[in-house]
Structures are given as C-alpha cells and as structure tokens.
Design a protein around this ligand. Structure first.
Ligand SMILES: Nc1nc2c(c(=O)[nH]1)N[C@H]1C(S)=C(S)[C@@H](COP(=O)(O)O)O[C@H]1N2
Ligand SMILES: [Mo]
Length: 511
C-alpha cells in the first residue's frame, strides 16, 4: 500500500478526481432518474437546449457549416468536457472545506434549474425532482469521499492522517462508474422505449400509386428520385431525439376551434390514411445543398383533423408544437387549401424513424421545414399570425417560408474526358411543379435540358443534358422554371431569412 505523499498538487489532483466522481454519480443518477420518470428534459439536455436556443445565429451557422449534422455531437462533447472541469473545480474547493464543495454543487444545480425553468415551453415537474435527487446524492457522495480522504478541513501543508491514495482512487472510480452506469443504464430499463418496433402501418385508403415510368433516369451519381430513409437529411433543435411512446402519444387540437380535441395514435390511425410523394427542404439549404429529400409519406390529412375540431372564423395560422419544445407557425391556408398536408406516420413504407419525428410529424407540400414539418408533434393550436411568434421567427427567420424554385447539378464530377458528357441533376418548385430546366456553359446561351417524367407537382424532377465538352476548364450553371413560367432568380441570397437563391454552379476540367 502506498501512502499519499503530501504534496499539495497531488492532493489537489485527488480532490479534483473526487469532485468528478461525486459529480458523475449525482449527474448520472439524475439523468437516469429523469428517464425512469419520463421527465423531459433531463438535466444535461436542459443545458444543451438553452445553449442551442441562446446561440447567436452567426455562431450557429458557423457550427452547422463546420460540423454539419454532427454539430450536436460536438456540442454534447464540449458540454461534457466543461461539466467535467467544473466538477473537478468543485472537488478542489471541497478540499478546503467540505461545505464549499457542497455549495459548488448547489450552484451548478441552480444553474441547471434555471435552464429547466427558462427552457422551451416549460419542463416537466419531475425534471426538477430528478435534478434535486441527483444533486442531493452528489453532495452526499462528495462529503463522504472527501471525508474518507481526511482532506478537509485540512490546512494545505498539513498531512492528511492515514490517507490511502489507492483506496481513494478506487472509491472514486467505483463512484464515477456507478454514475455512468446509472446515466446510461437506467434509461434502458424503461419498458418499450418508443414502441416503434411494435408499430405496423395500416394500408392507405388513398395510396400514392405506382411511380410513373421514367421518373428516374437511374444515372450513377445522380440523386435518386426517392431518398432512402437512411440518407434523408436531418435538421432539428433536439440535442437528443425525443423517444415517444405510441401508447402515451396525444395530439391536442386547440385554440380557435369549436371543439378542442385530443387524439391518440389509435384515433389517428382510424382516420382515412393518405399516401403521397412529397419533397421537403430546409430553409438552411444553401444553393446546391443537401438539405432536401423526397419520400413517400403516409398520414392523415391535417385538414380532416382541423375539420373535426371546427376552425373558427378569423384564424389564419396553426402553431404546432414538437416534443423537443419547438414551435412552428404554418399558414392555415396551406393546411386547408386542398394540397396534401399530412400528419405523417410513415416514410417510404416504414414507421417514421425516431430522428425524423416518430410517431407523428407534419408534412406540407411547398413550405420549408421550419414552418411546416413539425416532428414529434404534440399540438396544433389554431391561431392568428398576429398573436404568436414561432421558434425560428424569434431568431430572425421569416414567419412565412414558401419553398423557392431551385435546382442542383449532380453530374458530372470535376474531371471528364472531352466529348459527350452527361450533365444531370434535380429541380424543384414544390406545389407549382417544374416546367423547364436549362443549362449554360461559360455564360453561353441557355440550353434546354431533358426532363424526367413528372411525379406530380410536389416532388422534385430529375433533368439531364448532353454536353459536347471541349478541353479546358468550364463553368456550368443551371436554372429551373416552374409550370407557371416563373424562372428561379439569379440574385444571390443567403439562406436567412427565407431561403437561399442563385444559380447552382460547378467547374469542370475537361481533358
Ligand atoms: N420538432 C421539431 N420539428 C422540426 C424541427 C425541429 O427542430 N424540431 N426542424 C424543422 C426543420 S428546420 C426541418 S428542415 C425539418 C427537417 O426534417 P427532417 O430532419 O426529417 O429532414 O424538420 C422540421 N421539423
Ligand atoms: Mo429547416
């Protein structure tokens, strides 16, 4: 057995380990308890949510640009590192006086409680229970552990009597490990975490019908007409996707309605199911970007649900809420004008993946996701645009977000051989339909591309054009025109506040 050498530095490191271990135990227990109690958000997620919500737009855009959809993993990682440093600091303080350590944990707990309090649409009361229970456990663990070391109250120069460093580290490791096990393990004990595995999608009363012949040129490297679920882009403010259970899920319909409703998943499935192919896009999709995808959606018409509740005169908007706390404002007209606005339960023949909104999300042809595509949806509030402002509107994005006509050049790659070269891509003008796509080389005349067969007006449309490519480096651009004859603008605009514009451009070296 080694006995602790009494250098203050080493004692400080020990104390830091103690803070970390006791903190991990408390935090892990609180995280686990939150899962068991179905408390949302958990202490860590509450912090992350506040961080995401308070991040200024330029920083957020920078993060998305740097890390893409991994931005959340990076944020979670950073949060864990900062939390660990804070816990270690509290441990060092506790070495001076155990009460100082307890005070440190309490301060961290209060910060988290404030995050819960100021969070999106209020936290569950049980979230505070989990936090307080974890805090109490953490404080007790710290008190005990530091006491074991005989560290405090001890003057720095004084030798802690009978301190066994190895035993202390063992205790700290066991304690921290128990925290990790509680945080990671307890949530797994919660029965039927989502119920997704047990969902069998009913058949559509009104199916999408087979894909028309010729919608997909099937060219290697060209975006397929239908986006596989695993390739579908993901954008949301949820640090961890809410895991909802179909047995507990409810959709409240309230606001300016004759009769407020509460629909269960079963109620929803009992309504006529409609299946439609719709291309959805993110307002943050840069010109030629990847935040767009086309899928077959199965769901109930939003209009049918609203009709059951009876929309009152004067309403012009529906504010929907997601279980991650988001609010989304959609024009009432887009939900009731006859287009296929759905409360979707399925995508491409599967129940919605958890990341894409299980069990129910909204899909509205023609509108960017931030004003229409509410995932993990829990509420429809019929209201007036004048009476609310939604999550992204509060952060400077436009209250209304119709999708702008656009296109992308997928082919060819950077290097080709001189001769006939296939240029191809997709074009979209949701709910207006694509009428024409043109390509030009080095600012030459616009050449009309061949269009794939249209699949309705709510999906994108593939296009291709054969380019007699001469050696040299060339600049290719494309532009789309909708069925009403309106061509996408050449004016270059950023994604904020209501969607990027400009012609997609590629440079190709012909050898
Ligand atoms: N609950 C919830 N729904 C949401 C969002 C969100 O942050 N939370 N983001 C919206 C945005 S901005 C887009 S573009 C789409 C993306 O849907 P997807 O991740 O399934 O592609 O979801 C929309 N629905
Ligand atoms: Mo979006």
């Amino acid at each position: 057995m080694t006995t602790f050498s009494h250098s203050p530095t080493s004692s400080r490191v020990m104390a830091a380990c103690g803070g970390l271990a006791a903190g991990a135990l408390g935090l892990g227990f609180a995280q686990g308890l939150a899962a068991v109690l179905h408390a949302s958000p958990s202490p860590l997620i509450a912090l992350g949510d506040r961080f995401i919500d308070l991040t200024p737009r330029p920083l957020k855009e920078w993060a998305v640009e740097q890390f893409g959809t991994a931005d959340k993993t990076v944020l979670l990682g950073n949060m864990l590192v900062v939390t660990a440093l804070l816990l270690a600091a509290v441990g060092i303080a506790a070495r001076r006086h155990r009460l100082l350590g307890v005070a440190g944990f309490v301060v961290l707990g209060v910060v988290d409680a404030l995050a819960l309090l100021g969070g999106r649409g209020g936290a569950d009361p049980s979230a505070y229970v989990a936090l307080v229970a974890g805090l109490a456990l953490g404080c007790a663990a710290l008190w005990w552990l530091i006491g074991q070391a005989g560290m405090a109250p001890v003057a720095e120069a004084e030798a802690p009597p009978g301190f066994d460093r190895r035993r202390f580290l063992l205790l700290a490791t066991v304690m921290g490990g128990a925290g990790v096990v509680a945080g990671a393990g307890l949530p797994r004990l919660v029965p039927a975490a989502t119920g997704r595995g047990g969902v069998v999608l009913p058949r559509a009363a009104d199916p999408a019908g087979p894909l028309p012949r010729g919608v997909d040129f099937r060219l290697p490297g060209l975006t397929p007409h239908l986006t596989p679920n695993d390739d579908f882009y993901r954008i949301d403010i949820a640090l961890i996707s809410p895991r909802l259970n179909v047995d507990d899920w409810k959709l409240r319909v309230r606001g300016l309605v004759d009769e407020p409703l509460e629909l269960s998943y079963r109620d929803l499935l009992a309504m006529p199911l409609v299946e439609r192919r719709v291309t959805i896009a993110c307002v943050s999709n840069p010109v030629a970007g990847e935040y767009i995808g086309n899928a077959t959606w199965l769901g109930v018409r939003v209009a049918d649900v609203l009709e059951r509740a009876g929309v009152r005169a004067g309403a012009d908007a529906v504010q929907s809420r997601g279980a991650d706390g988001i609010t989304i404002g959609t024009p009432l007209a887009a939900l009731t004008d006859g287009r296929d606005a759905l409360l979707a339960i399925g995508i491409n023949g599967q129940p919605l993946p958890i990341d894409h909104g299980f069990p129910v999300r909204m899909i509205v042809p023609g509108l960017y996701g931030y004003v229409s595509a509410t995932k993990w949806i829990t509420e429809l509030e019929v209201t007036r645009f004048a009476d609310f402002s939604a999550y992204w509107t509060d952060r400077g994005w436009a209250p209304q977000g119709p999708i702008k006509t656009g296109c992308r050049i997928d082919l060819p790659g950077d290097d080709v051989t001189a001769g006939d070269v296939t240029v191809a891509g997709v074009a979209w003008a949701q709910h207006r339909g694509i009428g024409k796509v043109e390509v030009r080389v080095d600012d030459g005349a616009w050449q009309v591309a061949e269009l794939a067969t249209a699949d309705g007006i709510d999906t994108w449309r593939q296009w291709r054009w054969t380019w007699p490519a001469a050696p040299g480096t060339h600049r290719l651009q494309a532009r789309a025109t909708d069925l009403a004859g309106a061509t996408q603008t050449s004016a270059v605009a950023d994604v904020a506040p209501d969607g990027a514009t400009g012609y997609p451009t590629i440079h190709v070296r012909v050898g």
